[in-house]
Design a protein around this ligand. Structure first.
Ligand code: SF4
Length: 667
């Protein structure tokens, strides 16, 4: 049998959104490669996806529906048919709705797949049902809030502009792990003579690309930005002409805020020396076209939205926006190109129902609610591992009276607590359409292979459940491809007829950007809003993160072999890897801990056992734990999120994963 090559897209929560070429033989994916024609990802894949076929055809795939037969969490299940599983779920939901109201049911999902249809597939059903709604603020909402406070809906810089920069600042982004294709442009810029800085809380693997590494105290990034602006103002290094024509509120910032952030004060907050802060400010001002690539880590502190807002002001002071290669790049928003309300169907809600914050699932399941949460439907998500305060989440999932359904590809930590498990397709087994948040690409995909075993995609399962619940809206009769066709049939201000034709046919396209996109500011004033009268406070400022009463900041960092908790099924990726806690040599000595020893990190929320890795790349007072590990792959009985808290950010009710302190002891 010959090999067929089928185009696809990486479905994971990564800004690169790589285009794939899948080799299929005898109905099996036998090789997955990057598409060399893709203008941003250029045929390269990360190590995780280079053998995606091992995930797709893993012997650990769930291939049939399962019904729990033993205590929750023990993995005791027996197979049932799809018909039985669907009718059991519908019966329980009817019972729960009539006793407690439908708001006692909570859908739970995030970004296990980034496809527009499968990711949002549950919304129509749960809106129609009147279930509680999930406020999905676990990842980037504080970052987006801070960004919008200054730049509104201004188009985000194209990543390839970095090539033209002479000073690239990677700020709180471990791009070698989380945004590898962006580094192509960074390397090109370096070849042309650019200097690269890394600003982070420890020396991440990305440091190997940087000419200078600046390690700041966790949660202090906003203060550093104010300190840099103080020096720019003090030394007359600002671009007055740009400020006068394009910026709102610089004089107010200069008068009311910047005097409080001289280098001495900022040094005390950030841990950087005054000389370093002075040098950074001068270099930033002197750069021809400074480019800041803003990561997400710094937005996951209690002051995260304000930190992003403050840093977003910096390029305006030096007029970086007017220079090719100058500015700041956050997450790219392309939502305006397609009308996704056709999928999310808010119109099916009789009225808006209770909103449960995704970061506070533990409390929602274990504390008194009105009505109580009596059923959880989890799809492409693993809350037992990925949401904060794991001990509370596991206590909630253990409740015998909680009816939990998990639609998954693998027996995750969450699936172990399900009453019913439904087997899910991988991205190679269903249709979808993908947009990126790290470049301007968009691509539709069709299935490359038939579903493995009895696996079904999200949309198909929600249509089966809708039918079983007696919902007869026409949307539940549609297939995924019908929905995508409908999306692409709607005229879009951003997509030409020829773009739409290409997308329909499965070709990848890049959304076009107008030539003046960096100098047209889509804010209420039409200017960059350093002063934003709609905000409280109207000017950027600095305040401390939450912290805990413990000696070490804990960085819950990304990890090359894993993506959140995905890829834990891949023994080949985790071979010779261990769940480590990295600690500075002086701190390890003071604690009597040695490299390779078992060590326990603990705080008021929990205790987690790690293998200690002594490393000078981590500054004193900080410990680093990379990756979200499944419990079966962890050295002890808990993983990283037993230490993180349900506290929220200053704005946008986002997660504060990095705003965590711990103490450490030998096991
Ligand atoms: S995880 Fe990111 S880098 Fe890796 S293949 Fe997917 S999109 Fe590309």
């Amino acid at each position: 049998m010959s090999i067929e090559i089928k185009p696809s897209v990486c479905p994971y929560d990564c800004p690169d959104t790589c285009s794939l070429l899948v080799e299929v033989k005898n109905g099996r994916a036998v090789r997955v490669a990057g598409d060399p024609e893709h203008p941003f990802t250029r045929g390269a894949l990360c190590a995780k996806m280079a053998h995606y076929e091992r995930t797709v055809h893993s012997s650990q795939r769930l291939t049939q529906p399962l019904l729990r037969t033993g205590p929750k969490g023990t993995g005791a299940f027996r197979p049932v048919t799809w018909t039985e599983a669907i009718s059991l779920i519908a019966d329980r939901w009817r019972e729960i709705s009539s006793t407690y109201g439908s708001a006692a049911i909570l859908p739970f999902s995030y970004a296990g797949t980034m496809g527009i249809v499968q990711r949002n597939a549950g919304h129509a059903l749960f809106h129609r049902l009147g279930a509680s709604r999930l406020n999905r603020t676990i990842c980037s909402s504080a970052k987006e809030y801070g960004w919008k406070a200054v730049l509104g809906n201004t188009q985000v810089m194209h990543p390839d502009e970095v090539i033209e920069s002479d000073l690239v600042i990677l700020w709180s982004i471990n791009a070698l792990v989380t945004n590898i294709h962006f580094l192509h442009g960074v390397r090109e810029a370096k070849k042309r003579g650019a200097t690269v800085w890394l600003i982070d809380t420890y020396e991440t693997p990305t440091a190997q690309l940087a000419d200078r590494v600046f390690l700041t105290r966790p949660g202090s990034d906003g203060a550093l930005a104010l300190g840099l602006m103080h020096i720019l103002a003090r030394d007359g290094l600002v671009d007055q002409a740009f400020i006068e024509s394009c910026v709102q509120g610089y004089p107010e910032l200069e008068d009311a805020i910047l005097p409080d952030y001289p280098p001495e004060a900022v040094s005390r907050i950030t841990g950087l020396s005054t000389e370093t802060i002075e040098e950074m400010a001068r270099s930033y001002a002197q750069a021809r076209a400074p480019f800041i690539r803003l990561g997400s880590g710094l937005s996951r502190y209690g002051n995260g939205a304000m930190a992003v807002r403050t840093i977003a002001c910096l390029p305006a002071l030096v007029g970086a926006w007017t220079k090719p290669g100058g500015g700041i790049m956050g997450n790219i928003a392309t939502g305006a190109c397609l009308d996704t309300t056709l999928i999310t169907r808010e119109d099916l809600q009789a009225k808006p129902t209770r909103l449960v914050n995704i970061n506070q699932l533990g409390s929602a399941l274990t504390e008194l609610q009105d009505p109580p949460l009596m059923s959880l439907y989890v799809y492409h998500c693993n809350p037992a591992a990925v949401v904060p305060d794991q001990n509370k989440v596991l206590a909630g999932l253990s409740r015998e009276d909680l009816f939990t359904v998990v639609h998954e590809r693998f027996m995750t930590d969450t699936a172990l607590y399900a009453d019913i498990i439904l087997p899910a397709t991988t991205s190679l087994e269903h249709s979808d359409i993908y947009r990126s948040y790290g470049h301007y690409g968009i691509q539709r995909v069709f299935p490359a292979i038939f579903p493995v075993g009895e696996a079904k995609p999200n949309w198909e399962v929600f249509c089966l459940l809708a039918k079983a619940m007696g919902f007869d809206e026409q949307v539940f009769e549609q297939t995924t491809d019908d929905l995508i066709d409908e999306l692409l049939a709607k005229p879009s201000a951003w997509l030409t007829a020829s773009d739409l034709t290409k997308i329909r046919a499965g070709q990848s396209i890049q959304l076009p950007l107008p030539s003046d996109y960096k100098t047209v500011y889509k804010t209420p004033s039409g200017k960059i809003e350093i002063l934003n009268p709609a905000e409280d406070p109207p000017l950027p400022c600095y305040f401390e993160p939450h912290g805990d009463d413990a000696p070490f900041w804990l960085s819950t960092a990304p990890y090359l072999p894993l993506l959140n908790s995905s890829f834990n099924e891949r023994d080949d990726l985790l071979e010779n890897q261990r769940m480590t806690l990295q600690m500075n040599p002086a701190d390890a000595t003071a604690k009597g801990l040695t490299d390779g020893a078992r060590a326990v990190a603990f705080n008021t929320r929990g205790e987690v056992t790690f293998i200690l890795k002594v490393s000078a790349k981590v500054p004193p007072g900080v410990v680093v734990a990379e990756g979200v590990w499944w419990l079966k792959n962890a050295p002890g009985d808990r993983s990283i999120n037993a230490l993180t808290s349900q506290r929220l950010t200053d704005k946008a009710a986002a997660s504060t994963f990095y705003d965590t302190k711990v103490d450490v002891r030998a096991e």
